[in-house]
Design a protein around this ligand. Structure first.
Ligand code: SF4
Ligand code: SF4
Length: 462
């Protein structure tokens, strides 16, 4: 199938039997390509270096899923902080919805790691080793020769090294850069589960960026599916100006003819196999390659640039594009709401989290003493230090007759510590009313004082 006769009824990356049709997009130069090179270069460095940056001794972005612990730019969350993570997720989701409603698939075309790594790294390597799109297509369709084996072997070897580097940086987000370094430097025989894990992750990155490519956007990525409901006629999209372009050359004999000369250059450069002249399509990731390609053609034939450009369906229909509209207002409100809720809850968050649990032995013990019968309750403190520094904690009670016994006091809490500590409350049975009583304890640390409520239990001496 040539790029000049794309099927109407299915994406051009499948044949009539549903088998993959491999694409050979041509390289393109131009206004947007230059800017995307800069953006992609910056993002590649950002994605790769971010997990290796530490601040105050802590990795600044660390998603420790195994331990259910998350470090996000100076903030520390645990699994029980799910409400904060929910608002964080909602902030991200509403931001994406808002950007899509206003600027279309700007994320896909400019910032998604799938696009950034394929275009910024893998396609460049392919071009460098195997030559341009025509040479690559001809080689793939030709017989296996020594030259083909050499070039393919070298290309896959370089892909493998690059995939290994990317995998290690991506894994550092989830296993931590320091543990990852020790995984890398230890012998595979010493830590073979980690070694197999790195190998498996590298294989996924290698297959995805090296071969699966645009299929991920079309088949796997959920955002690609629901972006069509986020867009409307006023969203900024990459589109072909059919008013100017039609009737295109070769379509009808009528004069005057439109500006499209049917050179198919826009199709030839498309990384997802789209003919943008057929209108907005789900497969289009708004990468602007067709804009640069067509501008180049227009410049050559002396026509105004922008036959394919960033525009909106409204503008193509001759109407004015409205930026502020109900869906943009709704997404903005939702985004502001999510950010406000997140900020509010974070401002209320206790970064020294303390919970009092009843120990799992007897609910109480009764002992005799010269002053009469005494009751002992055994409790356990569950403390999580998320203050980003070492701290200490002292527990006390101002309740008359209540004696607090804590073997380790003050309790030292290193940065990030999740600790449990036992303590006992001893009190006369007369303190209880119908076998129980609520009392308050003070947990004092350099961060402030927290009040904890516990229920004393004992014999029900009415
Ligand atoms: S690159 Fe421009 S002129 Fe050429 S086929 Fe595409 S839209 Fe028409
Ligand atoms: S149609 Fe144009 S903007 Fe869309 S993916 Fe293809 S080249 Fe990129």
């Amino acid at each position: 199938m040539s790029f000049k006769d794309l099927p109407e009824e299915r994406p051009s990356t499948f044949d009539e039997t549903g088998r993959r049709v491999y694409l050979y997009p041509a390289a393109v130069k131009g206004f947007f390509r230059t800017r995307r090179n800069w953006v992609q270069g910056f993002l590649i460095l950002f994605f790769l270096l971010l997990p290796w940056i530490h601040w105050n001794g802590q990795q600044i972005l660390f998603l420790n899923v195994a331990e259910r612990e998350f470090f996000l730019f100076g903030l520390h969350f645990r699994a029980h902080d799910a409400p904060y993570l929910l608002f964080l997720f909602l902030t991200f989701a509403f931001a994406i919805a808002l950007v899509t409603a206003v600027m279309g698939r700007a994320w896909c075309g400019w910032a998604c790691p799938q696009t950034v790594f394929i275009e910024g790294v893998y396609r460049r390597i392919e071009n460098w080793i195997e030559g341009n799109h025509r040479e690559r297509r001809a080689r793939d369709q030709g017989p296996w020769t020594a030259e083909k084996v050499r070039l393919k072997g070298f290309k896959f070897f370089v892909f493998l090294i690059v995939s290994l580097v990317i995998t290690n940086s991506f894994l550092a987000y989830f296993v931590g850069s320091k543990p990852l370094l020790s995984m890398i430097t230890s012998s595979p025989l010493e830590a073979w589960p980690s070694f197999l894990f790195i190998l498996f992750s590298t294989a996924i990155i290698f297959i995805n960026f090296g071969w699966f490519r645009e299929q991920f956007c079309m088949i796997v990525c959920p955002y690609g599916r629901f972006q069509s409901v986020l867009l409307d006629k006023n969203s900024l999209v990459v589109a072909y100006d059919y008013n100017r372009g039609e009737p295109r050359k070769g379509m009808v004999a009528a004069v005057p003819q439109g500006d499209c000369v049917s050179c198919y250059r826009c199709v030839q450069v498309c990384p997802t196999g789209v003919d943008i002249r057929r209108g907005l399509q789900l497969e289009c990731i708004h990468c602007t390659a067709c804009v640069d390609a067509c501008d180049d053609v227009m410049a050559t034939i002396g026509k105004p640039l922008g036959l394919i450009r960033y525009t909106s369906e409204s503008e193509l229909e001759g109407k004015k594009r409205t930026v502020l509209r109900p869906r943009v207002a709704a997404y903005t409100l939702a985004l502001v709401g999510a950010i406000s809720a997140l900020t509010f809850f974070l401002s209320q968050k206790e970064f020294l989290q303390i919970a009092v649990l009843r120990a799992k032995d007897f609910p109480y013990q009764v002992i005799g003493s010269p002053k009469g019968e005494l009751v002992i309750n055994h409790f356990r403190l569950d403390i999580s230090n998320q203050t980003r520094s070492a701290t200490s904690l002292t527990l006390s009670s101002s309740e008359n007759g209540l004696e607090l016994v804590m073997p380790m006091s003050p309790l030292n809490l290193p940065d990030g510590a999740h600790t449990r500590a036992d303590f006992f409350l001893r009190f006369p049975a007369t303190l209880l009313v119908q076998g129980e009583r609520k009392v308050q304890l003070m947990a004092q640390s350099p961060e402030g004082i927290q009040t904890l409520e516990v229920t004393l239990v004992g014999p029900n001496n009415k």
